[in-house]
Design a protein around this ligand. Structure first.
Ligand code: FAD
Ligand code: SF4
Length: 330
């Protein structure tokens, strides 16, 4: 690990001011950043410890919107009764992530900025070629062992999967990231747009400037979110990232699907909204055949690498199972 200075600001404004000065990173729960520093993927010269900023640790519901401060712990949000009752997909995405110990440390802001688990990315000494670490150096995964890599949203430069769970649920239900800069100006970015496709710049992952900090996340408590579900399929039942996941929500009018929201995790380079599937379902009568046919649309433009074709088969099944469950057809 490289040497670094350690700053402990008293306010969010001071934190942002300190962070712009030099190669610097915010330290929240540290569960991602310190790992990446130990394997020399991240080498900041300064850490700005924001973990004590209690003003960013509130959970509120106002005018039908759930607002969660950036420093709320994953376990705190998962334990919140309103989250469990009114946003089941968000609750389920949280408690199925990582381990209880990690969820007790990890924050919502840090979770949104977690980086890929691509094994080549995390091992710079053995695999120097990684366009995400060193633009222009190549990609060790494209011709490597890529069974855990993306079938959607990949580019010639990078095929790494976005690994998180919460952002998938937030993408499905049109949440916004609230950013604040040193001039105290706030900017709102839909979570869906916060994640950048790799294209030919996979090193740029998030729509956030150096002088901005995540202060909160807001999600509208819509009827589809109230009737929602997050299904996570993985190689073992706990403490594992998704092989494929789906956040789904339905708003019904009698037997008719009035509104539907679907996003996918574990299979794309960013949290992936399945618009084609939503369009095939909206306004139709809910039934199992319709769901299974519509779910196939999610992989129409999917592209398999040498070792990950199984994910193309898995995705429609995960979507179908999640929708059958939330539509009470199982
Ligand atoms: P930190 O490590 O403190 O920070 C992470 C990054 O975010 C840093 O770059 C930091 O500078 C930046 N950052 C932090 N806060 C802010 C802010 N307010 N504004 C701007 N930038 C900020 N996640 C899942 O979703 N699902 C899983 O199944 C899962 N399994 C895991 C298993 C293991 C073994 C581990 C180690 C992690 C796992 N995770 C999983 C990831 C975990 O959820 C993240 O490590 C955690 O959420 C990061 O939060 P943190 O507060 O510790 O962030
Ligand atoms: Fe690096 Fe992306 Fe290739 Fe992984 S998939 S080695 S992160 S460029």
């Amino acid at each position: 690990m490289n040497e670094f200075t350690f700053k402990t600001p008293d306010s969010a404004n001071e934190a942002v001011r300190l962070n712009v000065a030099g190669p610097s990173r915010f330290l929240a729960g540290g569960t991602t950043l310190l790992d990446l520093m130990k394997c020399n993927v991240e080498t900041p010269q300064q850490l700005v410890d924001i973990s004590r900023l209690t003003t960013l640790r509130e959970i509120n519901i106002n005018s039908g919107t759930l607002r969660v401060g950036a420093l709320v712990r994953m376990s705190e949000l998962a334990a919140h009764p309103d989250c469990q009752r009114q946003a089941p997909a968000i609750y389920e995405s949280l408690w199925q992530a990582a381990s209880p110990q990690i969820r007790n440390m990890a924050t919502i802001g840090g979770n949104l900025r977690q980086r890929t688990r691509c094994a080549y990315f995390r091992d710079p000494e053995t695999f120097p070629a990684c366009n995400k670490r060193h633009p222009g150096s190549g990609c060790s995964a494209i011709d490597g062992i890529n069974n855990g890599h993306a079938i959607l949203g990949a580019s010639e430069a990078c095929v790494a999967v976005y690994p998180g769970d919460l952002a998938v649920a937030l993408t499905a239900f049109q949440a916004q990231v609230i950013l604040r800069n040193a001039q105290q100006q706030e900017r709102r970015v839909p979570v869906e747009k916060f994640y950048l496709l790799p294209r030919d710049t996979p090193d740029q992952e998030h729509d956030i400037a150096d002088d901005e900090m995540i202060v909160a996340v807001e999600v509208p408590l819509t009827p589809a979110l109230v009737q929602s579900h997050y299904l996570k399929v993985r190689d073992r039942a706990s403490y594992e990232f998704a092989a494929a996941s789906a956040a789904v929500g339905l708003e019904m009018q009698g037997e008719t699907i009035k509104d539907v929201h679907i996003a996918l995790g574990g299979v794309a380079t960013i949290p992936w909204r399945a618009y084609e599937v939503e369009e095939a379902l909206r306004g139709k009568t809910l039934n199992e055949t319709l769901i299974r046919q519509a779910a196939e649309r999610a992989v129409t433009n999917a592209r398999a690498l040498s070792h990950n074709h199984a994910r193309i088969i898995l995705v429609p099944r995960v979507i179908s199972r999640a929708l059958l469950s939330v539509g009470k057809l199982t």
